[in-house]
Ligand binder design. Structure first.
Ligand SMILES: CC(C)(COP(=O)(O)OP(=O)(O)OC[C@H]1O[C@@H](n2cnc3c(N)ncnc32)[C@H](O)[C@@H]1OP(=O)(O)O)[C@@H](O)C(=O)NCCC(=O)NCCS
Length: 245
């Protein structure tokens, strides 16, 4: 009888210890989540001059809502609950117009400004303090398997409507201009524009890759000149040989 009571007491103590441990863990996770969301809100305050208050951002900014939903979908995805993860991300897409695949890895302080039409693929990786505008795609080319989507460093800015395609890398603090289509790696601290995107600034300095539109090289004329020179050389040799005879 005594032994049974002792066993029951032991079991109750173990259950209480477990409950306390779980409560502590949940509390810690809750605190971490709140501090991460606070950091995101502050990022909107710093990078969106139109933001008037924290309440406005928390209640009305679809970029923040999509990112917050992604925290849940990503946690489900990592635990193997892929269907419910997708359900959360599709729900968020219906509400915000922003589609973030649950598999995407995202750092702190992501600002998705305006938001509509943003698509972030499954194997995309986004560093800290990145800014994306409406219509940005971080997608695949359809040619790759496994890692198919871009990796963005810290502090990267991707302008409205830009498409960044394939498992390429955008270096820290690079800027991708609105409307660009990026198909290759872009170095850190640079600005890339156009289709396909080319680097036009590195660390604020202009990159000398502009083609001189007036003095364009003519490959046909260059080839003709080379042939003329060869013929002249041959003729000179023949003349010299004839003189010797
Ligand atoms: C690219 C950008 C980030 C500016 O970066 P930056 O390093 O300050 O570059 P600059 O403004 O000095 O421009 C560099 C060159 O790229 C050109 N350029 C800038 N933006 C461009 C664009 N979207 N498409 C094509 N060329 C562009 C500039 O005319 C300049 O050309 P130049 O070398 O002949 O002088 C900015 O122009 C941009 O596109 N921001 C996106 C903002 C956005 O999407 N806003 C939406 C709000 S709703």
């Amino acid at each position: 009888m005594k032994k049974t009571a002792a066993t029951m007491l032991d079991a109750a103590a173990t259950a209480m210890a477990l409950a306390a441990h779980t409560a502590k863990k949940l509390h810690r996770r809750g605190q971490k989540l709140v501090s991460e969301i606070r950091y995101d809100v502050e990022a909107f305050r710093q990078r969106d001059p139109a933001a008037q208050s924290n309440a406005e951002i928390v209640l009305l900014y679809s970029g923040l809502h999509a990112r917050t939903a992604h925290r849940l979908s990503h946690a489900l995805y990592r635990r193997g609950h892929t269907l419910s993860a997708r359900a959360v991300s599709q729900g968020a897409k219906a509400l915000t117009g922003i589609e973030i695949h649950p598999g995407a890895t995202i750092g702190r302080g992501l600002v998705i400004d305006h938001g509509s039409g943003v698509v972030i693929g499954e194997t995309a990786e986004i560093g800290d303090n990145v800014t994306l505008y409406q219509g940005v795609t971080l997608g695949g080319t359809g040619k790759d398997e496994g890692k198919r989507h871009p990796t963005l460093g810290n502090g990267v800015l991707v302008g409205a409507g830009a498409k960044v395609l394939g498992p390429l890398t955008i270096g820290d603090n690079a800027k991708i201009a609105a409307g660009a289509v990026v198909l290759d790696d872009i170095p850190a601290d640079s600005t890339a524009v156009g289709i396909p995107a080319r680097v036009v600034r590195v660390a604020g300095q202009r990159v000398a890759n502009d083609l001189d539109q007036i003095h364009i090289p003519d490959p046909v004329a260059e080839e003709l000149d080379a042939i003329r020179s060869s013929i002249a050389a041959l003729e000179a040799r023949m003349d010299a040989e004839q003189d010797e005879k």
